[in-house]
Design a protein around this ligand. Structure first.
Ligand code: PMH
Length: 375
């Protein structure tokens, strides 16, 4: 996709905020515990390479990504730190991962068996594998201690595999009710006990676990959404052990303004009609940028004032009702602060009935990302 640099709409990313969040997370970890910065999905929309650079400079040991291509992009950019892919990669690419020193997750003996000839034929260094345990997320991994033990024995017997890690993922670490979380911890412990030796990295913690179940850090955490300054629980657990500083802001500027007479319609479907004579501004951003169509009726900030989004959001533009005339070029804040007011990603997520993760990841590549000191 083409990035629109000749347009005022952009995503601003505060490197200082990312650094702040990482420093606070590190301060709470026992010595020797690794922080793996989760930079998948273009760093949750904040920019893969930018976030990786800041995270590494702030003390992250390595990275987690979702797919092999994200790992390869990090290697190509020159990052030499440990990288773990979190999603299952087709075993036919095992040699590519091994050659680039990229660790892959393994959830079955069949995967190891399929990767074995690929690795043997390639004569590359051993593939680092992290055995995935499905302790209750129901997504990937071993569910049965005997199956885990058999796979570990198979891998240990082959020089092409290096069992570097054992991990699991929690479904409810961000919930106030800890019942299911406790069940998952117990299941994971039973799985760990099935292994004859403890791998170098044993990791279970996402951001929520690191914030609210610090005892479960094991010796590595996979630090994602909190690194970006977002509360993993949304609003369910409002208190965090340190202040999370949001790293992302979305800004634009009015591209056009006009005065509409009472009754005049705005946008597709003519769903909005001016109540009286009104000033209407056009913002050059739309659902193709990730500004969801269901945000009709939500608001943005102009000059410290909330302005309603009126009429349907178009692919590349939407309209707002202004308190009075403003010149084209006037700044518009979609996420962030203006005057004494603020709109958070959580506010956007609440209005559109989703989670802030989805809003951040959905901001499209058409929006340039720019570093700023503070948002
Ligand atoms: N580890 C795994 C296996 C993950 O899938 C994720 C996030 C993280 C760590 C980081 O979680 P955090 O951002 O809450 O800290 N994965 C996803 C997901 O699949 N959907 O939303 C978040």
């Amino acid at each position: 996709m083409v990035t629109a640099t000749h347009r005022e709409s952009r995503v601003l990313v505060s490197e200082a905020a990312i650094q702040h969040n990482i420093h606070h997370a590190l301060r709470r970890l026992a010595a020797g515990t690794a922080l793996l910065a989760v930079v998948k999905a273009d760093g949750y929309g904040h920019g893969l390479l930018r976030v990786a650079r800041v995270a590494a400079a702030s003390g992250a040991t390595g990275f987690c990504v979702a797919v092999l291509d994200e790992a390869l992009a990090l290697r190509q950019a020159g990052f030499t730190q440990p990288i773990l892919v979190l999603g299952i990669v087709d075993p036919r690419y095992a040699d590519l991962a091994a050659a680039q020193d990229i660790a892959l997750p393994v959830g079955s003996l069949a995967w190891l068996a399929a990767a074995l000839p690929v690795l043997e034929a390639a004569k590359v260094k051993p593939l680092r594998v992290h055995l995935a345990v499905d302790s209750g997320m129901g997504r990937i991994g071993f569910r049965d201690p005997a199956a885990l033990k058999a796979a570990a024995a198979f891998a240990a017997a082959q020089s092409v595999f290096d069992i570097e890690g054992l991990f699991t993922h929690f479904a409810t670490a961000d919930a106030a009710d800890t019942t299911y979380f406790t069940t998952q911890v117990a299941r994971f412990k039973a799985m760990l006990a099935a292994l004859p030796t403890r791998p170098r990295y044993v990791h279970v913690a996402n951001s929520a676990t690191s914030l609210w179940h610090a005892a479960c850090a094991c010796n590595a955490i996979r630090f994602g959404v909190a690194m970006y300054g977002l509360n993993p629980s949304g609003r369910e657990i409002p208190t965090t052990p340190y202040e999370l500083e949001p790293a992302l802001s979305v800004v634009s500027a009015l591209s056009f303004t006009k005065r509409l007479e009472a009754g005049a319609a705005v946008s597709y479907g003519a769903t909005y009609r001016a109540q009286a004579a009104e000033w209407i501004g056009t913002v050059p951003m739309g659902y193709a940028d990730g500004w969801l169509r269901r945000l009709q009726g939500f608001h943005v900030l102009v000059d410290g004032q909330f302005c309603e989004i009126v009429g349907r959001i178009c692919m590349d533009q939407f309209m707002i009702r202004l308190p009075h005339d403003y010149a084209p070029g006037t700044p518009v804040v979609l996420v962030g602060r203006s005057g004494g007011q603020a709109i958070t990603l959580q506010d956007v997520a609440d209005y559109s009935h989703t989670i802030h993760y989805e809003i951040a990841c959905g901001l499209s590549e058409r929006l340039p990302r720019e570093s700023v000191n503070r948002i």
